[in-house]
Write a protein that binds this ligand. Structure first.
Ligand SMILES: Nc1ncnc2c1ncn2[C@@H]1O[C@H](C[S@+](CC[C@H]([NH3+])C(=O)[O-])CC(=O)[O-])[C@@H](O)[C@H]1O
Ligand SMILES: O=C(O)C(=O)Cc1ccccc1
Length: 247
């Protein structure tokens, strides 16, 4: 089957030169396994999307999922809400991700209104939306592009709309941060990753995944116009925020 998912072994053998991480065919082929074993709380965050939509999205409202990868958030919403509860648009830059997301959502979400667009979330013309998901995507944008994207999303949101922002984070305090990173590596070991895999992936992500502090995230959301934001979930150095646009 073309949408088979493999175990992540990308960094399991010694590499002469560790290339920068990218969302290429090899990563896409093992992505569900990679993200499940590498992102603490990933499943719990997806499990809350239905309840969050039920509370904050009007019936039939529009949801954007930016950097949708294989459409896991769309799949989670479709599993938790009736067909007419929401319309979904996923956007991703990686053509392989988009192709597989389209196929999965078509097969797994009959009756639901689900669209996947190949595009760069920095240059998208956004329609009005009631709920925007940025699940582990902002962290991959050049830090100098982040303010402008979040400000545009604020403009696209309808009054009363919410932005869900999930990210790898860095702690304000250096000692706290070192402790969190060590425990994150313990989390990866517990999920079957070797020392070599942990260290080579860390190298591959340097200057590719650049995390912000929670303080920086909340400040950016406030600058963009959000009247209120809060951290509703944290598991080690991974967190999810919700930002509210005034009704
Ligand atoms: N400028 C960009 N424009 C569009 N997409 C982009 C851009 N830059 C990166 N991406 C895309 O953002 C996604 C980040 S993964 C998101 C997980 C998903 N949300 C999930 O709930 O499973 C997170 C991770 O792998 O840690 C990849 O699919 C990139 O192609
Ligand atoms: O593996 C890591 O170190 C992470 O920060 C999470 C992750 C998950 C999937 C792709 C890239 C980064």
């Amino acid at each position: 089957m073309s949408d088979a998912s493999y175990r992540d072994a990308i960094f399991s053998t010694p590499l002469d030169r560790v290339a920068s991480f990218s969302f290429d065919e090899r990563v896409v082929a093992c992505f569900p396994d990679m993200i499940r074993r590498s992102v603490p709380g990933y499943g719990q965050i997806l499990a809350m999307l239905g309840p969050l939509a039920r509370r904050h999205l009007r019936h039939g409202g529009h949801v954007y999922d930016l950097g949708c990868s294989l459409g896991a958030a769309g799949l989670a919403l479709a599993g938790q809400l009736p067909v007419d509860a929401f319309r979904y648009t996923g956007i991703d830059l990686s053509p392989t991700m988009v192709e597989r997301a389209r196929q999965t959502l078509k097969e797994e979400c009959p009756g639901h209104d689900m669209t996947v667009i190949e595009g760069d979330i920095r240059h998208q013309a956004y329609d009005a939306s009631g709920m925007i998901l940025l699940n582990f995507t902002l962290q991959f944008l050049d830090p100098t592009d982040r303010d402008a994207v979040v400000a545009r999303l604020f403009e696209a949101l309808e009054p009363g709309g919410v932005l869900i922002l999930s990210e790898k984070i860095v702690a304000d305090d250096e000692q706290d941060n070192a402790w969190l990173v060590e425990r994150y590596h313990d989390f990866k070991r517990a999920n079957g990753y070797s020392e070599l895999e942990i260290s080579q992936k860390r190298t591959a992500l340097e200057n590719v995944l650049v995390p912000d502090t929670l303080t920086a995230h909340h400040a950016r959301l406030a600058r963009a116009g959000f009247s209120r934001s809060l951290t509703w979930f944290q598991y080690l150095n991974f967190a999810s925020l919700i930002a509210f646009k005034e009704a």
